[in-house]
Ligand binder design. Structure first.
Ligand code: BG6
Length: 488
């Protein structure tokens, strides 16, 4: 199978924060990969911008080094890196002052797509939006791309939406949630809405419960300053996990169209029930490490012995609508866990009547959608255990690895950022969050956080390399269920 590269119009993409970590790791290497795929039109320019004193030649060197570091050797070569670098330019701009803006404005061209990527601290979003406008850098069709975190609660998210709205229409604002750019996350929609097989079963009559797991092996590392003010709830649940939940739970949109999809997601968020204190377990990793020592605890990582921020959270939530009433959704995510794995498991109900009697081997059907690593799907079904001597049942997986099923195309799945940046250039907002969606997500999150703050809850300790705090097991046990193993 040969993947189709859909051409995009020529563009000028300005990256604010172009020397920062996200740009170096994801955005610039991603653009190189798109260049290799033939998707960067000849006359397009990528204009790096930051506070650092640097010229275009130095910026090109920095980008080439980033590509060498973050693109596998087999997928790059010196000649194309050099040719790619021809598209790169650098302008020093002061986000909160006046320096550099007239020069940037002078570089803008008519007749090409104009996009501005805010890969900077959220405190600068407003200043950038204002200056783009004030110095005439923007145009009515220009697009801005805004990174997370989008606010830290409903109030700050509303304020940010209002600030951006002073200078840009909603159709110009692309709020990134990189989970939506992941291949398998989009596949959720294909699986649900391009197959007749699942939809009739996709409701509370047939689904016992849903588990969403995003487990990481890394700790907070050098991001302690940011992370300690967020915690797993704000860092992962309010955005990434919420998006996954929406794609599983939403009604079929009438069309694969940005507002149709986002309208349906919004309805799910609004139908989410408040979460009881008993239905939340927060955790914090202890010192230790896989080989029994050496690695700092969460409190040491963030350099605050009294911190109460969670590096792990598990919770049970319900969706109050006709489709899902009575089917709990269990969410968990954490750092320094046993394995890096993200998956969604749809656990189906028992058959209404077993013709085999109380068959011991019986297990429920489970559809597992693996987001990473090893993207794919696995449907667990019951069959007869081979051999004579009666009817014994055994569960077997119908396992599909996308990499294997799709051959070479599957082995080279574009990174989430690559796809999302190209969607910005194309002007397709389907995989970006709308302002009202983000606000609704905070409206659900805020009371949960306020609740544990008012109770003065402390997160439970858990060992690095474990599955999280023991109490998280109880969340399912007391409902007669159990978490799936966290393993790669
Ligand atoms: C980011 C969070 O948004 O997502 C990080 O801020 C987290 O804390 C990361 O590690 C996980 O992304 P991925 O793509 O590695 O699953």
């Amino acid at each position: 199978m040969v993947s189709r590269v859909i051409p995009v119009d020529p563009f000028d993409l300005v990256i604010f924060g172009a020397t920062g970590d996200l740009a170096r790791r994801k955005i610039l290497p991603g653009l190189y990969r798109r260049y290799m795929a033939g998707q960067i039109p000849e006359s397009s320019r990528i204009i790096g911008s930051a506070r650092s004193e640097m010229d275009t030649a130095a910026f090109r060197t920095l980008v080439i080094e980033a590509v060498e570091e973050f693109v596998p050797e087999a997928r790059r070569d010196a000649a194309s890196m050099k040719a790619f670098a021809e598209h790169l330019h650098y302008v020093r701009v002061d986000a909160t002052g006046e320096n550099g803006w007239p020069e940037l404005a002078g570089m803008m061209r008519d007749g090409v797509v104009r996009a501005f990527y805010f890969s900077v601290a959220p405190s600068l979003f407003g200043a950038l939006a204002e200056r783009l406008h004030h110095f005439g850098v923007t145009s009515p069709e220009a697009r801005i791309v805004v990174e997370k975190p989008f606010g830290r609660d409903l109030e700050t998210a509303r304020a940010l939406n209002a600030t951006l709205a002073e200078h840009f229409a909603e159709s110009q604002i692309y709020r990134i949630d990189h989970y939506l750019g992941k291949e398998t996350v989009q596949n959720l929609m294909a699986v649900r809405f391009a197959n007749i097989l699942f939809e009739p079963l996709w409701n509370a009559r047939h689904v016992d419960h849903v588990q969403i797991t995003v487990a990481e092996t890394v700790g907070v590392g050098g991001r302690g300053q940011y992370y300690d003010k967020s915690g797993a709830m704000r860092d992962m649940v309010q955005n990434h996990m919420m998006q996954l939940l929406c794609l599983i739970a939403m009604e079929p949109p009438y069309h694969f169209d940005p507002d149709a999809v986002r309208d349906e997601k919004l309805k799910v968020i609004r139908a989410l029930q408040p979460v009881d204190a008993d239905d939340i377990v927060r955790g914090q990793y202890r010192a230790g490490g896989k080989k029994g020592g050496g690695e700092p605890s969460y409190a040491e990582d963030v350099e605050d012995p009294a911190t109460r921020t969670e590096s792990y959270i598990a919770l049970k939530t319900q969706i109050a609508n006709w489709r899902w009433k009575g089917t709990p959704f269990y969410l968990r995510t954490g750092k320094k866990l046993r394995a890096r794995t993200s998956e969604i498991a749809i656990v189906f109900k028992e058959v209404p009547h077993s013709i085999f009697g109380d068959e011991e081997g019986w297990r429920e059907n489970v559809l597992v959608i693996r987001l990473q690593p090893n993207e794919g799907m696995n449907l667990k079904v019951m069959i007869k255990e081979p051999g004579p001597g009666g009817m014994r049942l055994v569960q077997v997986p119908l396992d599909m690895s996308f990499a294997e099923a799709l051959g070479e195309d599957g082995a080279d799945i574009p990174d989430a950022y690559e796809r999302l940046i190209m969607d910005v250039i194309r002007g397709n907002q389907t995989l970006f969050m709308r302002g009202d969606e983000v606000e609704a997500a905070w409206a659900w999150t805020d009371p949960i956080i306020a609740g544990w703050e008012a109770r003065g809850d402390r997160p439970k300790g858990y060992d690095p390399g474990s599955s999280g705090p023991e109490d998280a097991l109880m969340l399912l046990h007391r409902d007669g269920r159990r978490w799936r193993e966290i393993c790669e």
